[in-house]
Design a protein around this ligand. Structure first.
Ligand code: GLU
Ligand code: MG
Length: 470
């Protein structure tokens, strides 16, 4: 069994800069010197989209960088586990039987960012490479890098803006777990309100202030449709930066809620029958030099955009474990929630999986399939892969859905209703292997199997309620 990837290093898709002289080093020295930073989180996005890695003394970090260190060692199992950090022996990347070797965290110095909601702390996002410097193909950030590189080979790039939703509950996570009481911080919908109860206003202000200090350009922060639900949107940027930004946002959202005595949940369906939370991806396709793709006659979408959207509708049904990784993710795909149930597209139609928007910022489209629990890197990797699939095969765009897709699109492919259905489609299709390599597809199929197994073994509150007759 091999333990590391063997892709050739000269492949442009795998370029990860070796740390060296960089303006971020100078800047970090300055921040350490004036006392604003003493800790650096060297953060690897794991399979669940959480940061894992090293919390380092900022001075020690700088000293090692300036001494030319190629990276920091970390046990490879962080990329072969589940959210409970259970160990498994059936991931090809690493296991007990292969000795749980180290991978190396290689800092991407461009990502240096101070996190004002933590004490004197900055984050630097890391890529995972093996000790000889080759990228680890199953690392979510690497999967996105690969898909960006493959699209670039077509002379294309995307501009991406996330629209992220989450829900905030009263009390600490401990208290909620102890009492089982899940009460959103507002009793009713405050959707699009411009006047909020003072505590909610203060939370939004804290978040806005923190993100601005962290140099994150937020476009909007608002209360959303569900009680206790919020939404942030960001302006478009390159996909890797957009995904990095999303993880910083998740940290800010959680920390600011905790500071207020609350608990923020990035869950797709946090309340039975209640509002669901998505991570919608707004994106546009551009020539690699940044020029937008223009319509030929001012009405039709350019052919390449039509193929791209057709690719999303054709491939996303088979890639769901990448953007809907948990059983809870599928509880979001219900009629009338704003989450899609059918793979259809429409012009400014929020009942569709893909909503084409032809006003405001110009032509772009919104992919509405991913839930708040998704890993931003994997969501984007799946989307870019699906776009490339459509372009490669010059897929024809089906007719748009002009009505209510929950009712009127019964002939279109259905969004998988469970993780089991999604995993079956992922297994049965040749697309995951073709778009991501067999090795990567197998890694994520294995992860989904373990997730499902854990859920199948877990006694849930509905079972207890039925038994108790309550
Ligand atoms: N909350 C909805 C979802 O789960 C989307 C609402 C909206 O259109 O912003 O995707
Ligand atoms: Mg929304």
């Amino acid at each position: 069994m091999t333990t590391t990837t063997t892709e050739p290093q000269q492949d442009p898709r795998h370029q990860i800069a070796i740390p060296g002289p960089h303006p971020a080093v100078e800047r970090l020295r300055h921040l350490v010197g004036n006392g604003s930073v003493d800790t650096v989180l060297l953060a690897l996005p794991d399979m669940a989209g959480a940061w894992r890695g090293k919390s380092l003394s900022a001075t020690a970090f700088l000293d090692r960088i300036e001494a030319g260190a190629p990276g920091w060692p970390l046990c490879s199992y962080v990329l072969a586990t589940d959210p409970d950090m259970n160990l498994y022996d059936d991931f090809a990347l690493t296991s007990l039987s292969t000795g749980l070797h180290d991978l190396m965290l290689r800092p991407d110095l461009d990502t240096l960012r101070v996190l004002p909601w933590r004490e004197s702390t900055a984050v630097i996002v890391a890529d995972a490479v093996n000790p000889s410097g080759h990228p680890i193909a199953v690392a979510p950030r690497q999967m996105l890098r690969d898909q960006i590189g493959l699209l670039a080979e077509h002379g294309l790039t995307t501009h991406v803006g996330f629209e992220a939703e989450w829900t905030v509950f009263q009390g600490t996570a401990d208290r909620i777990a102890r009492t089982g009481q899940f009460h959103p911080i507002s009793a009713r919908s405050l959707d699009l309100a411009l006047d909020h109860p003072p505590a909610i206003e203060a939370y939004m202000e804290e978040l806005r202030f923190g993100l601005r200090e962290a140099e994150l350009m937020v476009r909007t922060i608002q209360t959303e449709h569900g009680p206790g639900q919020f939404e942030v949107t960001f302006p478009p940027r390159d996909p890797l930066a957009a995904a990095d930004t999303h993880l910083v946002l998740q940290d800010a959202v959680r920390r600011c809620a905790t500071a207020a005595g609350w608990t923020a949940l990035w869950m797709a369906a946090p309340i039975t029958g209640g509002a669901t939370s998505g991570v919608h991806v707004h994106l546009s396709l551009h020539h690699i030099d940044g020029q937008p793709l223009v319509t030929s006659d001012g009405h039709r979408l350019p052919d390449v955009v039509e193929h791209a959207i057709a690719g999303l509708l054709d491939a996303l049904p088979d890639l769901a474990p990448l953007y809907a990784p948990y059983p809870n993710s599928y509880k979001r795909y219900r009629p009338d929630t704003g989450a899609p149930t059918r793979f259809v597209w429409g012009t400014d139609n929020r009942t569709c999986a893909v909503r084409v928007v032809n006003h405001g910022d110009g032509v772009h489209w919104e992919v509405r399939v991913a839930g708040a629990d998704a890993n931003a890197y994997l969501v984007l990797a799946a989307i870019l892969a699906a776009i490339r699939h459509g372009i490669d095969h010059k897929l024809d765009l089906p007719k748009p859905c002009v009505g209510n897709a929950y009712l009127d699109a019964a002939d279109a492919p259905q969004v998988p209703r469970t993780l089991t259905e999604a995993l079956t489609a992922f297994h049965d299709s040749t697309l995951p292997g073709r778009l991501f390599t067999e090795r990567v597809a197998q890694h994520y199929a294995t992860a989904a199997e373990h997730t499902l197994d854990a859920h199948h073994r877990t006694v849930t509150d509905i079972e207890l309620r039925h038994a108790l007759g309550t």
